[in-house]
Design a protein around this ligand. Structure first.
Ligand code: HEC
Ligand code: HEC
Length: 306
């Protein structure tokens, strides 16, 4: 569990109180109301913005143009490379604010994190491998070939985005954060979805593009959504994402327990399959919330119930 800073905690408690059920969990996450704040939390409260370079400093030279093309690709790859994208998502559906938003899978500092050993494949992976993995699993698309110019542009964008990262690497804001795992109530999740999410993601979760809203959300399930083997198809990831970033125009007020309910509801729906998924985590060290069974697991292992 992340230790939140004082300021964030106060705001967090206030927002969580809006949806009553979650304020207890929020208080726990914040170390309990009125409790002494640990020293580490004070530092976290100061460093709440990811260190990113200013777009206005990009020029017209070849390097800047490559960065701009990479930026355009992560926002709208489907328009530029329709053959490589199989759904209605873009990279920035899940990597918010063009990969600059803390706890929304930011790419800031990502170039320093690769190549690395990755437990999901059981191999050493490059940044290009990792991008291709998200193209295949997140965008339900096909990988870009080695040496592809679009891949070079995407990596150029990520390298530029990482150019203000501290020497020791970015340590705050990575991933989606974690909130305490809770058993989801998908019935309550369904009504939460209708109340707080449907206005942008559509009443059937198939996107809000025809609703005429300012920030239409992408499909959350069904054939035009992410695959069952995307990192996003895990309740711990979606619940933390929703808790911090949704509703898009009023983020932060969906309490932990409510986030689990609605994430459980979203992930209980059918979505595109991903052939070969059973070969993930070959060493058997998979996270507990996958929606599919692995070859590396014992025969008695069952897919976790949401
Ligand atoms: C459906 C949501 C989703 C989409 C769409 C998506 N990603 Fe991801 N991405 C994730 C999640 C979740 C993670 C981290 C957890 C995981 O994959 O297990 C991640 C991780 C990554 C990482 C590794 C970050 C790190 O710090 O290690 C990179 C790089 C990345 N994505 C690039 C992309 C690019 C480029 C695209 C578009 C071509 C894209 N992603 C589309 C959800 C998504
Ligand atoms: C004001 C409109 C709005 C509301 C309300 C809203 N969303 Fe979103 N949602 C978005 C947008 C826009 C994005 C994609 C961000 C982008 O493209 O920049 C998004 C992205 C997402 C994603 C990541 C993308 C994906 O396909 O997985 C999830 C999950 C999600 N929303 C769930 C929810 C849930 C659950 C609720 C209700 C608690 C909710 N949203 C409410 C607009 C909204």
């Amino acid at each position: 569990m992340r230790i939140l800073g004082d300021v964030q905690c106060a705001a967090h408690r206030m927002r969580s109180a809006l949806i009553g059920a979650g304020c207890v969990m929020a208080a726990v996450a914040c170390g309990g109301s009125g409790e002494k704040t640990p020293a580490a939390a004070t530092t976290a409260a100061v460093d709440t913005v990811m260190p990113v370079p200013a777009e206005s400093l990009l020029t017209q030279d070849a390097a800047s143009q490559s960065i701009r093309r990479g930026m355009a690709l992560v926002i709208a790859m489907r328009d530029s490379l329709p053959k490589h994208v199989g759904n209605d998502l873009s990279c920035t559906s899940c990597h918010l604010d063009k990969g600059r938003k803390a706890f929304a899978n930011p790419w800031v500092g990502v170039t320093a994190r690769y190549p690395k050993f990755w437990a999901r494949t059981g191999t050493q992976v490059s940044l290009e491998d990792r991008v291709n993995d998200c193209i295949r699993r997140g965008l339900n698309g096909t990988a870009l070939p080695a040496g592809d110019a679009s891949m070079r542009d995407i990596v150029a964008y990520m390298t530029w985005l990482s150019s203000k990262a501290p020497a020791g690497g970015v340590t705050w804001g990575l991933g989606v954060d974690s909130i305490a795992p809770l058993p989801p109530d998908t019935v309550r999740g369904k009504s939460t979805f209708a109340m707080y999410c449907a206005r942008c993601h559509g009443p059937d979760g198939q996107s809000g593009r025809s609703l005429g809203v300012q920030h239409p959300g992408p499909p959350l399930w069904g054939p035009r959504s992410f695959t069952i083997a995307s990192g996003q198809a895990r309740i711990r990831i979606v619940s933390a994402f929703v808790h911090h970033h949704m509703p898009f125009d009023a983020p932060g007020f969906v309490a932990d327990s409510i986030s689990y309910d609605v994430a459980g509801y979203v992930l209980s729906k059918a979505r595109p399959d991903f052939p070969g998924k059973e070969l993930d985590w070959p060493k058997g060290d998979a996270p507990p919330d996958l929606l599919y069974r692995l070859k590396s697991e014992s025969k008695s292992a069952t897919v976790p119930k949401l």
